[in-house]
Design a protein around this ligand. Structure first.
Ligand code: GLA
Length: 412
């Protein structure tokens, strides 16, 4: 299938009909013919412009769906068998839709899919028949632009469509998040699934993670573009320090609320409800410096999101870039989710005159960064940043300029 991959990747960039035709050919070669139609779906990757590690702290985040997608060809069967395959990772996984799914390491990416099915079942949906599914993804795996949420949301959207379940975008996001919590053991926030299910081309979403209120904000960048910088350092959220950060925040909130109770003041529902002034007044009860820094990141990052959205709306891209840099610094020093790979990319990006800001995007601990650069400096940017990175880290980073994309949908 290696050859199939490059052909599909080329079609994915320019010709959706050709992509569907080619996927159908591979699908039928793999699964044979049937009277049931093959249906096609797609879901995007995402960048987070600003607002990191605060979705699970009731904060505001500002992500955008990008124009790199995962695609799914799927067809209902007349029995209860389920088969999954992926052009990039060939090999058929077979299950039965009536079984009780559980996470198993050897099931690899299928855990994300079985997780979605298991959450749908727990919500009362029933599946009389199985299906055959073939994935093809243009999103780098494990790379920080949410390939796994794209997989989850693409699949949830497709399952909802082929069984007429009428699950809407917000619900798809919640199902994806619940599957991460209950099936994958990652206590993530809702940002990734939300933007992937709900994203719109040329827009970013300002999402209030405490209420799920959201606003589409036009992403008008003039002569500037977002570049994704992939550290190519592989990591999995389940074995990264992600859950550790989530629990540190919980501990800090508990300490602050105990202090507020002593003072006879109302409790904070989450860390991002704490204003800068309130943080000053509560600082002394956070005697553990690590916890103090975690809270400071949440409080300052939430404020930066408001400021960044205001800057973008006012067309002040320089200010947006400055806030991105400040966000990276806060994640480096206070939240400690960057590391030498991301810090090197950030530092070197800052030396290029056409770059007005850069930061880690997503969970960090490896993964990806983003930089806001002038459209004419992509060549210089990748060459200079890339060569220092290779020298210092010992392997290559990769870069691509991204546009915006649409959320999970049927591919018509
Ligand atoms: C991962 C999680 C998100 C969010 C980011 C950090 O991408 O899935 O919920 O917490 O990390 O902002």
């Amino acid at each position: 299938m290696a050859n199939d991959y490059s052909v599909l990747a080329e079609y994915a960039q320019k010709d959706t009909d050709a992509l569907k035709r080619e996927l159908s050919v591979i699908f039928e070669r793999q699964y044979g013919q049937s009277s049931e139609p093959v249906m096609f779906f797609a879901a995007p990757a995402r960048i987070n412009i600003i607002g990191e590690h605060i979705d699970y702290n009731g904060g505001k985040v500002f992500p955008a769906a990008i124009d790199k997608y995962i695609y799914l060809a799927i067809r209902r069967r007349n029995d209860s068998v389920i088969r999954y395959d992926d052009v990039r990772f060939p090999g058929v996984f077979t299950f039965d839709i009536t079984e009780t799914f559980a996470y198993k390491k050897e099931n690899d990416y299928c855990n994300y899919l079985n997780g979605i099915l298991s959450i749908l079942k727990s919500r009362g949906f029933t599946f009389p028949k199985g299906f055959d599914a073939l994935f093809f993804s243009c999103i780098p795996p494990g790379g920080g632009i949410s390939s796994s949420s794209a997989l989850e949301c693409c699949f949830a959207y497709a399952v909802s469509s082929i069984y007429n379940l009428n699950v809407d975008g917000v619900e798809i996001a919640k199902i994806g998040q619940e599957s991460e919590h209950r099936f994958m053991n990652v206590n993530c926030g809702i940002m990734d699934q939300f933007i992937i299910a709900m994203g719109k081309k040329d827009r970013a979403i300002l999402l209030d993670c405490a209420t799920l209120d959201y606003e589409y904000v036009p992403l008008e960048l003039g002569d500037y573009r977002f570049v994704v910088m992939n550290t190519n350092k592989k990591r999995q959220l389940s074995d990264s320090k992600y859950n550790e950060r989530v629990s540190e925040c919980k501990t800090a909130l508990g300490i602050m609320n105990a202090e507020l109770e002593k003072r006879g003041e109302p409790a904070l529902p989450d860390l991002c409800s704490c204003s800068a002034e309130q943080f000053e007044s509560l600082k002394s009860c956070l005697t553990d410096d690590v916890l103090l820094r975690r809270v400071r990141h949440c409080v300052t990052e939430n404020a930066r999101v408001y400021a960044a959205v205001a800057a973008l709306k006012a067309g002040n891209l320089q200010e947006l870039g400055r806030l991105m840099d400040a966000s990276h610094e806060s994640l480096r020093l206070d939240y400690e989710t960057t590391g030498i790979e991301l810090d090197t990319l950030h530092e070197e990006a800052g030396k290029i005159s056409g770059c007005i800001g850069s930061r880690v995007t997503g969970a960090g601990f490896g993964g990806c960064g983003i930089a806001l650069i002038h459209k004419d400096c992509f060549g210089e940017f990748t060459e200079k940043v890339g060569s220092v990175y290779r020298e210092k880290i010992g392997y290559d980073a990769s870069f691509f300029e991204c546009g915006t994309g649409d959320g999970a949908s049927a591919l018509n």
